[in-house]
Design a protein around this ligand. Structure first.
Ligand SMILES: [Zn+2]
Length: 269
């Protein structure tokens, strides 16, 4: 799951669950919960009203009255679901009961987790050590991006994916942002011009911000899986051999490191 989708989940939960009280919590596995026992979690949150939901890095953070916050780290493969006015299946990894709405987590692969913290500790949550910027965050600025870029070497798509420049973006967002910035994904960072770097900075911010706005708030339906499909036409991602939507040149797909990169050899240099 890429950062704009995590942001969209946080916004949807904020719109749909705020001011609701926790009626029950059930965890299928102890390893899902960090920093507290299941009993402690229940004691601290039962009956408490949800004040707001926000995103911090890759966490979805639920802040409750009384000063507690429950942060959810959704690993790739993990799923969030909302059950409306119906019973949720017992096979779910975790579930928070908010009356007629149940928020559930399905942790496929097992590396998603929940952590109980105080609201004032949100910014102390462990973040990735790669040191990249949050493209949807307040610290995403041209000086910070330029500084991060100056410390990186190597092919630009690989550096973007590594999280050392910006974090939370997978192959789709990287390929589409590089298409917008007209930069070949295999170009070395040290061979990009100042104007190209600035274009890339803006394209990453615009693409992620526009995606979040386009995703909007999910309308609740019974058994709602919280997932979104990319809201714009794909220009290059997984379009190998298809015609470029701008110039009709065939899109190329090449292996860069462990990942593929898709690009238009005419539009991107
Ligand atoms: Zn093209």
């Amino acid at each position: 799951m890429e950062l704009p989708e995590i942001e969209a989940i946080a916004r949807t939960l904020n719109a749909k669950l705020c001011r609701r009280n926790v009626k029950g919590i059930r965890l299928a596995s102890k390893i899902l919960l960090r920093g507290a026992s299941g009993k402690h979690l229940l004691d601290e949150l039962s009956g408490k009203s949800l004040k707001r939901v926000e995103r911090f890095a890759r966490y979805i953070v639920m802040c409750f009255e009384g000063g507690n916050a429950l942060a959810l780290y959704l690993a790739s493969g993990g799923q969030m679901l909302l059950y409306l006015g119906e019973k949720a299946p017992a096979s779910l990894s975790a579930r928070l009961d908010f009356g007629n709405i149940i928020l559930a987590l399905r942790s496929q692969g097992g590396s998603s987790y929940l952590i109980l913290i105080k609201e004032r500790e949100i910014e102390e949550l462990p973040v990735s050590r790669s040191g990249g910027l949050d493209p949807l965050g307040r610290d995403y600025s041209w000086p910070a991006f330029s500084f991060a870029l100056a410390k990186q070497k190597g092919r630009i798509k690989e550096r973007l994916l590594s999280g050392g420049l910006v974090f939370g973006l997978g192959s789709l967002y990287c390929d589409e942002a590089l298409f917008r910035a007209r930069i070949d994904p295999g170009r070395k960072i040290e061979r990009t011009s100042l104007d190209e770097r600035k274009d890339l900075f803006h394209c990453i911010r615009d693409l992620t911000t526009e995606a979040v706005e386009a995703y909007g708030i999910l309308e609740l339906a019974p058994k709602q899986k919280m997932s979104w499909t990319f809201p714009f036409p794909l220009y290059v991602y997984r379009r190998r051999s298809a015609a470029c939507l701008k110039c009709k040149t065939k899109i190329k797909g090449i292996k860069l490191g462990r990942q593929y990169a898709y690009y238009c050899p005419y539009c991107q240099k």
